[in-house]
Design a binder for this molecule. Structure first.
Ligand code: HEM
Length: 571
C-alpha cells in the first residue's frame, strides 16, 4: 500500500491535536475511570474517522488506517499536553522534586514494586529539603509544623487521599479506608468502644494465655534455634484473632503459619501498588500480572468473610473487639452493611498484628546486637515485675519507642487531601485537592528533632537520663500517626508489647543462633505498606533459666533455714 496515500489531511490532524488538548482540560477537572477513558477514546476514533471521510472518497481500509493515525496523533497531543502542564503550569510547580516525579506517578509505583519507598522518599528529603514533590500532584513533608497541619490538631478538615481507594479486594470501605469525614467520625466512634481501659483489662489475660503457649514452645526448643520473626508473627496474629473474634489461628500451638499470613502479605502487595495509581485497579483483573498476589487477595477476602460469618452465627459471645464494632452504636446514622463489616473484620487483624510483631522483632534484633543494653533491659524487667505486668519500666518504654522511631512499622507518609480552599504549610500554599503527607521514616530520623538520629538510645526517652544538649521533639514522633486518624490500637499495642517482654525477658536469655550475626536481617529490610523483614534466627542460651533456678534454690534454702530453727530441726 502506498504510505503517502495514508497521510491524513491537515484539517484532520489539527482536529486530533485540538481534541487532545481539550480532552486534557476536561480530564483535569473530572478524572475518568479506565473504562470511561477507553469509551471516550473509541468515540473519538469514530468522530475522527467520520471527519476524515468528509475530506474526500476513501476506501474503507484507508479510512480505518487514517483514522488510527489520527487517533495516535490525538493520544500524543493529550500526553504532551499533560506533560507540559505538569512541568510548567501545575499549581505544585513551585515545589522541588525530580523531573520524572513531576510528570508521572509511575516513579513512585516503581519504588513500591521495588519495595524501597521508605528509603527512596527519605533520600529525596535529604536532597530537596523539608518538602518534595514525589508525584505530579503529591507532596511529602518532614517538618514538625507540617505534622500539626496535616495530621494533628489543626487537621480537622483534611480527609484521607485517593490512596485509600486502592484495595482491589474490597467491596466496601472499612472504617480506616473511608475518605468521607463524617462517615469516618461515626464509624470510628463505634470502634472506640472496644478500646477503653476496661476492655484493655479484659483483654490482658487473653494476651497472657498466648504468651504462655509461646513460652512453652520456646522451652521445648531449648538448645536449638528459632526464627523469631516468624514466632513473633504467630504470637501477634493469634492474639488479634482472639481479641478480635474470640477465635484462635492456632499458629503458636502448631508452630506454623496459618494461610492468613501469606494471604495478607500478598493482598497488601496488590493494595500498595493499586493505591499509588487507583485507576490501575480494574486493569489488574484484566491482565495476567502477579497471579499469586491476586490469589492471596482473594483468599484474604474469603478468610475475612468466614471470620465475619462465624462471629455473626455464634451465640453466647465473649466480648471481643468485633462484638463492639458490629453492634449498632446509639446515634449512628445507619446500620452498617455486611460488606462494610467484613472490611472492618479484615482491618482488625491487618492493622493490629503485623505492626505489633514488627515492633517486637526489631527490639529483639537490637537486644542481641547490644549486650549492654540487653543487661539493663533485663535488669529493669526483673526488678519491676509485680506479678501482673511491669509497673514502671522507663527503659523498656524507651526501648519500645526507639523501635517505633527508627523502624516505624508503617514507615511512609499517610496520604491526605488538601481541602478545596488549599492550606498554608511552612509559609507556602498547597492548592486544594492535591495530596500531601508527612514522611514518618524521614522525620523520625531527622537530627533537628532527635540528636544522633540513627542511633538506638532508649535513654533519650527518660528525661532524667537524656543529655541536656539532646534534641528531643516528640511532635516528630508519629509511628501511630496523629489527630483524627491516629491509631486506635495504640494503647493495646503498648500493653501487648510490655506484657510480651515482661513475660519472656524474665525467663530467657536470647542471643543470635550459632552462625547468625543479624547482618542478613539488616540487609533485607523492605517496604510493603509496612516493613517486610526476613528471618531473625535466635536461641536461648539457657543461663536465665539456670539463674532463675539457682535463685529459687537459694530462696528455698533460706526459707527452710528460717523454719528449721523454731521447729527444732537444726540442733
Ligand atoms: C506497634 C503497633 C502499631 C502501630 C505502629 C500502628 C500504626 C498505625 C498507624 C500509623 C495508623 C494510621 C494509618 C493511616 O492513617 O492510614 C494506624 C491506624 C489504625 N490502627 Fe494501628 N498501629 C499499631 C497497632 C494497632 C493495633 C494493635 C490495633 C488493633 C486493632 C490497631 C488498629 C488501628 C486502626 C483501627 C486504625 C485506623 C484508625 C482510623 O483510621 O481512624 N493498630 N495504626
Amino acid at each position: 500500500m502506498d504510505i503517502a496515500a495514508l497521510q491524513p489531511s491537515t484539517g484532520a490532524l489539527i482536529a486530533a491535536i485540538a481534541l487532545g488538548i481539550v480532552s486534557h482540560q476536561v480530564y483535569k477537572r473530572n478524572e475518568p475511570s479506565v473504562a470511561e477513558f477507553l469509551l471516550h477514546t473509541i468515540l473519538l476514533y469514530a468522530i475522527l474517522t467520520t471527519l476524515v471521510s468528509t475530506f474526500g472518497p476513501l476506501s474503507n481500509i484507508r479510512l480505518i488506517l487514517i483514522g488510527l493515525i489520527d487517533l495516535v496523533v490525538y493520544l500524543f497531543a493529550l500526553g504532551t499536553s499533560i506533560v507540559a502542564y505538569r512541568l510548567f503550569f501545575h499549581p505544585l510547580n513551585a515545589y522541588p522534586g525530580p523531573i520524572l516525579c513531576k510528570i508521572t506517578r509511575f516513579v513512585a509505583t516503581k519504588h513500591v514494586i521495588d519495595r524501597d519507598t521508605h528509603a527512596w522518599v527519605s533520600a529525596l528529603h535529604d536532597q530537596y529539603g523539608d518538602v518534595v514533590r514525589v508525584s505530579p500532584n503529591e507532596l511529602s513533608f518532614k517538618s514538625v509544623t507540617s505534622v500539626d497541619l496535616i495530621h494533628g490538631a489543626k487537621a480537622g478538615k483534611i480527609p484521607k487521599g485517593p490512596f485509600y481507594k486502592g484495595d482491589p479486594n474490597r467491596k466496601a470501605n472499612s472504617m480506616h479506608s473511608t475518605q468521607d469525614l463524617f462517615e469516618h467520625r461515626w464509624r470510628r466512634k463505634t470502634w472506640e468502644r472496644g478500646f477503653g481501659s476496661l476492655q484493655l483489662r479484659e483483654y490482658e489475660p487473653r494476651v497472657m494465655h498466648h504468651l504462655d503457649v509461646l513460652n512453652s514452645q520456646i522451652k521445648c526448643r531449648e538448645g536449638s534455634s528459632m526464627n523469631v520473626t516468624a514466632w513473633v508473627e504467630y504470637f501477634a496474629y493469634d492474639v488479634m484473632s482472639d481479641l478480635g473474634f474470640s477465635e484462635d489461628f492456632g499458629m503458636l500451638i502448631e508452630g506454623k503459619p496459618h494461610r492468613y499470613i501469606p494471604a495478607l502479605h500478598g493482598a497488601t502487595r496488590l493494595l500498595t501498588v493499586a493505591a499509588q495509581t487507583p485507576w490501575i485497579k480494574p486493569l489488574m483483573d484484566w491482565f495476567p500480572v502477579d497471579k499469586q498476589s491476586k490469589q492471596d487477595g482473594k483468599d484474604f477476602a474469603k478468610i475475612s468473610m468466614g471470620t465475619y460469618n462465624r462471629h455473626k452465627a455464634r451465640e453466647n459471645k465473649r466480648p471481643d473487639l468485633f462484638t463492639y464494632i458490629s453492634a449498632r452504636m446509639e446515634g449512628a446514622p445507619r446500620p452498617m452493611s455486611d460488606p462494610e463489616l467484613i472490611a472492618d473484620a479484615a482491618l482488625i487483624i491487618a492493622a493490629g498484628s503485623v505492626t505489633t510483631a514488627l515492633c517486637i522483632t526489631f527490639m529483639f534484633q537490637q537486644l542481641c546486637r547490644d549486650r549492654k543494653q540487653y543487661e539493663e533491659f533485663q535488669k529493669e524487667i526483673d526488678s519491676c515485675w509485680d506479678g501482673e505486668g511491669p509497673a514502671i519500666a522507663p527503659y523498656l518504654n524507651g526501648f519500645i519507642n526507639e523501635s517505633l522511631r527508627l523502624w516505624p512499622p508503617a514507615p511512609t507518609g499517610m496520604q491526605r487531601r488538601a481541602p478545596k480552599e488549599g492550606i498554608f504549610i511552612d509559609g507556602k500554599l498547597v492548592p486544594g485537592n492535591n495530596q500531601l503527607s508527612v514522611h514518618t521514616f524521614a522525620i523520625q530520623r531527622d537530627g533537628r528533632y532527635f540528636s544522633k538520629p540513627a542511633e538506638w538510645i532508649p535513654e533519650r526517652w527518660i528525661e532524667s537520663r537524656r543529655p541536656s544538649d539532646f534534641n528531643h521533639d516528640v511532635r516528630a514522633f508519629i509511628p501511630f500517626n496523629a489527630g483524627q486518624y491516629t491509631c486506635l490500637g495504640k494503647n493495646l499495642a503498648y500493653q501487648e508489647i510490655r506484657l510480651f517482654w515482661a513475660k519472656l525477658a524474665r525467663r530467657f536469655d536470647f542471643e543470635y543462633a550459632p552462625g547468625f550475626d543479624g547482618s542478613s536481617f539488616d540487609q533485607n529490610i523492605r517496604y510493603k505498606g509496612t516493613f517486610l523483614i526476613g528471618p531473625l534466627d535466635m536461641g536461648d542460651n539457657g543461663t536465665k533459666e539456670v539463674y532463675t533456678l539457682l535463685k529459687r534454690v537459694v530462696l528455698l534454702g533460706t526459707v527452710l533455714c528460717f523454719f528449721a530453727k523454731p521447729l527444732g530441726f537444726s540442733s
